[in-house]
Design a protein around this ligand. Structure first.
Ligand SMILES: Cc1cc2nc3c(=O)[nH]c(=O)nc-3n(C[C@H](O)[C@H](O)[C@H](O)COP(=O)(O)OP(=O)(O)OC[C@H]3O[C@@H](n4cnc5c(N)ncnc54)[C@H](O)[C@@H]3O)c2cc1C
Length: 427
């Protein structure tokens, strides 16, 4: 019998397992999929030999100390986005000059709105922005900005930025999620620029494998957990195949959207149940597209009919490889080439799609969504119980991280603190 069972082999679960392994605590990881890594997934682009990230990709080592430590520990090389990008904004369907996100006349207005957001982000705790955030800010981003009377162009630019960063319209995302991200980014006006600068040269799979290998844990793939039952001393975990494992404690490192699908005895706290049933708002579409007819180093953002941001990542002999993001309520069918081509042509009408690829995380039964974006009111209603242990079950995951919530850094942070919490239970 292991000391601890970790449920979920994403970055949070693996980080917890590695930290426990370092303390000679025996761990079994139960992972539902046939692979580790969860919402990170490095795999070949559409039957080619070129590998791309379907999920989590970019890291910001200078602001993400846990990630920086793991990168150094395992000697994982990073790559940097090539400099010299030609970024275009599209406002009211019209493409602007290179380097403009809004027309010149609106630039000051956009800058002022960003300054106001940064000033609000400074009111959050820099170390744990979403631990006890000011709940009067738990309104939608649209609601927050409404009273600022920004120009229509600024509004469009902010709206597409929110969809890009959170995978949902600004009416669906709590301002706390946006401010929490800015606070995690040290309230820097460069937060957006930095968000897609560095990525793993050998893919996120290299970090996933390094954590798994050095954890010393027994790792069981294809082991979806269906039920968790505990008495005062032990926890029994039953898989969908009716296998039962026991341990002295459990770390539930599942996406928040999945908690309500597990049968807990005693029952899960009603607030955890409710927020999980509601789900968070993150429903991004991330698409990889090989495209011809584009100018070099092309990047564009705007409220498109499917995508709100596209950016060139590499040049291949067959065309330029773009990555693009969209979000709810618009859902892109990642297999619909016509729809994807139109979404890119919104930014550059001469663009011709050669091939595209992507993974639908919202339909994925082991994710049911993309990265965390709290809905307005969710922190107020459910925040107090999100991270609380229940008996001998401790919770982990980027969705409930107190800093870098929704990011891979948040997953590592949360896995680390869950490992500490569970060690207290084992004493
Ligand atoms: C499209 C996309 C783009 C992203 N881009 C970035 C980015 O650029 N930078 C960044 O930092 N972050 C990014 N993220 C977010 C980042 O990938 C996640 O926040 C992080 O990987 C989540 O880790 P986790 O361990 O908390 O959760 P997960 O990775 O979801 O891990 C949970 C694990 O639990 C497993 N599981 C589910 N149900 C069961 C069950 N019943 N029994 C057993 N196991 C189960 C899942 O299969 C999964 O492996 C992105 C995410 C997506 C989807």
């Amino acid at each position: 019998m292991p000391d601890v069972i970790v449920i979920g082999g994403g970055l949070a679960g693996l980080m917890a397992a590695r930290e426990l392994g370092d303390q000679n605590v025996s761990v079994t990881v139960l992972e539902a999929r046939n692979r580790l890594g969860g919402r990170t997934w490095y795999r070949p682009f559409e039957a080619t030999d070129n590998w791309v990230e379907m999920g989590g990709t970019w890291v910001i080592p200078q602001w993400q100390p846990c990630m920086a430590r793991e990168i150094a520990r395992y000697g994982l090389p990073l790559k940097r986005r090539p400099s010299g990008h030609r970024a275009y904004g599209v406002i009211a369907g019209k493409r602007l000059e290179v380097g403009e996100l809004v027309p010149l006349a609106d630039r000051k207005d956009l800058e002022q709105a960003v300054e106001r957001l940064i000033a609000l982000a400074r009111t959050l705790s820099p170390e744990a922005p979403l631990l006890e955030p000011p709940l009067d800010l738990d309104v939608s981003v649209a609601h927050l900005v409404r009273d600022w009377h920004v120009s229509p162009a600024t509004q469009e630019a902010l709206q597409s930025m929110v969809i890009n960063m959170f995978g949902a319209d600004w009416t669906m995302v709590s301002a706390l999620s946006l401010l929490g991200w800015l606070a995690s980014s040290q309230c820097s006006p460069e937060a957006l620029e930095m968000a897609d600068e560095f990525f793993f040269a050998q893919g996120t799979a290299a970090l996933v494998q390094a954590l798994a290998d050095s954890s010393g844990a027994t790792i069981r793939l294809n082991a979806p957990v269906a039920a968790i039952e505990q008495d005062g001393t032990y926890v029994s975990v039953r898989t969908a195949f009716r296998e039962v494992l026991r341990a002295r404690a459990v770390i539930v490192a599942l996406p928040l959207n999945l908690w309500s699908q597990i049968v807990f005895a005693p029952k899960l706290h009603p607030d955890k149940m409710a927020v999980s049933r509601q789900r968070h708002a993150g429903q991004a579409s991330k698409v990889w597209a090989l495209v011809q007819g584009l100018p070099p180093q092309f990047t564009a953002s705007g409220l498109g009919p499917g995508l709100v941001w596209v950016g060139e990542q590499e040049e291949w002999p067959q065309g330029r490889l773009l990555v693009g993001f969209g979000g709810a309520p618009l859902t892109l069918d990642l297999a619909d080439r016509g729809q994807i081509e139109k979404s890119i042509q919104f930014f550059w009408p001469e663009a011709r799609l050669v091939a595209c690829d992507g993974h639908d995380w919202v339909k994925d039964p082991y994710a049911l969504g993309t990265w965390l974006a709290y809905r307005p009111g969710q922190m107020t209603e459910y925040g107090a119980h999100l991270r609380q242990a229940e008996g001998r079950c401790v919770f982990a995951g980027s969705d409930i991280a107190v800093k870098w919530t929704g990011w891979m850094e948040g997953a590592l942070l949360s896995g680390m603190s869950a490992a500490k919490e569970v060690q207290q239970l084992l004493l």
